[in-house]
Design a protein around this ligand. Structure first.
Ligand SMILES: Cc1cc2nc3c(=O)[nH]c(=O)nc-3n(C[C@H](O)[C@H](O)[C@H](O)COP(=O)(O)OP(=O)(O)OC[C@H]3O[C@@H](n4cnc5c(N)ncnc54)[C@H](O)[C@@H]3O)c2cc1C
Length: 417
């Protein structure tokens, strides 16, 4: 192999961002995925590029809210009982990650990774002809009472400490900003620095097409192993044969642990399954992506309609979707946007479930494999993988090319668990 070849495993937002940055640095890159680009978690998310998302999922006192959330059929969390024994060790780590001092460190690490998202995304997308899919209009959080807002005080403090500019809105200002919202919302916070995409799946696909136009290759196969010699990578094994490579990136989202185990590594990677409902030709839409902070769901105006996305279901990779979780989002959306009709014809709805790749401390892994410095891990972005991908891809390229990384990678080590 005269030209250095990198194989990227996974054609989600993280894999494609990594592939593009590596290609831009002069590497030959092959992306390997058993599915078309942008059809995993990167397909159906809420599309938000929220550099302000520094608040980890596990927060102090979260365990007091869990029973209430689980008993509420419209609640943001469900755990399948059959999955509980498998889940328990992850859940324990998750709860421990929610200690105040840990959370402050996680928030600082998240801000470093996510803060520069939009400038990095724009650089990444240069020449890819995706401007029509990217909006820079901010993100709104809404609350139905002062008490509910006060319950999130620590989260807002973390965002403020991270340097995020917060515009506080009262009921009247909320209605002025977006008359489509229910007047039952009494408090809001507008974060102007955030952006969104109007079609995350199409964004990844078009970035992947750009990568191919620039000389990259995408190989439809499942990666099944690695051949090492003297601690260095020789090739990546796939169901279809062997691909010679000097370096590789594991960006296989929620499926990454299977590949890590082949290299003698392991991390407590779980999947927080999430759902969306698309309403085609909606009667009402929010002006900008809007998160009901108590209901923990987001409504995003998209190219093909209104997307209601959210919920966390802890049920692993194999169990069938529970579409009641998606349908609950319709009811929540109707409460947020009273202009939506009480009954929406089935043919106008598209339901989706996807696997967020989640580590207990809400931070991804961006690191070299223990036994082979040629293999870089880039997965586990949980709720913020669209946002985190542009910077993650750049950091991956730094590690592969031996450049100094733009941010401190210590919080993202796989050995931290
Ligand atoms: C409901 C919901 C809403 C969300 N909203 C947002 C949001 O608004 N903003 C945000 O930033 N994030 C959001 N997220 C999170 C975001 O979608 C994920 O963090 C992100 O898409 C993860 O990207 P990825 O590339 O790591 O994984 P994926 O997109 O899942 O890609 C992984 C790819 O690896 C492939 N793969 C797996 N194993 C192998 C193998 N052995 N060989 C070859 N290929 C393999 C898979 O086929 C897949 O294509 C949301 C998630 C959900 C579920």
């Amino acid at each position: 192999m005269r030209t250095k070849m990198t194989v990227v495993i996974g054609a989600g937002m993280v894999g494609i961002a990594s592939a593009l940055w590596l290609q831009r640095a002069g590497r030959k890159v092959i992306v390997i995925d058993s599915h078309p680009p942008g059809t995993g978690a990167s397909h159906g998310n809420a599309g938000c590029f929220n550099g302000s998302s520094v608040v980890p999922m596990s927060m102090p006192g979260i365990w007091t809210s869990v029973p209430r959330w689980m008993l509420d059929p419209l609640g943001p969390l469900s755990i399948r009982l059959a999955y509980m024994p498998t889940l328990f060790p992850w859940l324990w780590r998750f709860l421990r990650a929610g200690r105040r001092e840990e959370v402050k460190k996680q928030a600082a690490a998240l801000r470093a990774l996510l803060g520069p998202t939009l400038p990095y995304l724009k650089q990444l997308a240069a020449g890819a002809d995706v401007d029509d899919l990217i909006r820079e209009q901010g993100h709104l959080y809404v609350y139905r009472s002062e008490k509910a807002l006060a319950g999130d005080r620590f989260g807002w403090q973390l965002r403020g400490d991270a340097g995020v500019q917060l515009d506080w809105l009262d009921r009247r200002q909320l209605q002025d900003f977006d008359p489509a919202l229910s007047p039952s919302y009494t408090h809001g916070v507008l974060i102007r620095e955030n952006g969104h995409t109007t079609d995350p799946g199409d964004l990844v696909l078009r970035l992947a097409e750009h990568f191919v136009r620039q000389g990259g290759a995408i190989h439809r196969a499942k990666a099944t192993g690695f051949r090492l010699d003297g601690g260095h990578l020789q090739s990546v094994e796939t169901e279809d044969g062997v691909v010679p490579a000097n370096s590789a990136v594991i960006a296989a989202g929620a499926h990454s642990n299977a590949l890590l185990k082949m290299l003698g590594d392991w991390v407590p990677l779980e999947t927080e399954r999430g759902y969306h409902v698309m309403i085609n030709d909606p009667e009402s839409q929010p002006r900008v992506p809007t998160c009901d902070a108590s209901g923990k769901f987001v409504t995003t105006p998209m190219k093909h309609g209104l997307r209601l996305a959210g919920t966390v279901e802890l049920a692993g990779l194999e169990l069938a979707p529970d579409w009641k979780r998606a349908r609950a989002l319709i009811k929540l959306g109707q409460k947020m946007l009273p202009g939506l009709p009480a009954c929406i014809a089935e043919e106008r709805l598209v339901l989706w479930m996807g696997h967020r790749p989640s580590l207990p401390d809400s931070l991804p892994v961006i690191d070299r494999a223990s036994r082979c410095p040629d293999i870089v891990y880039a997965f586990g972005h949980g709720h913020v993988g669209m946002t985190g991908a542009p910077m993650t891809g750049h950091l991956v390229a730094d590690l592969i090319l031996g450049r100094p990384p733009k941010i401190d990678l210590a919080p993202f080590r796989h050995t931290r668990f």
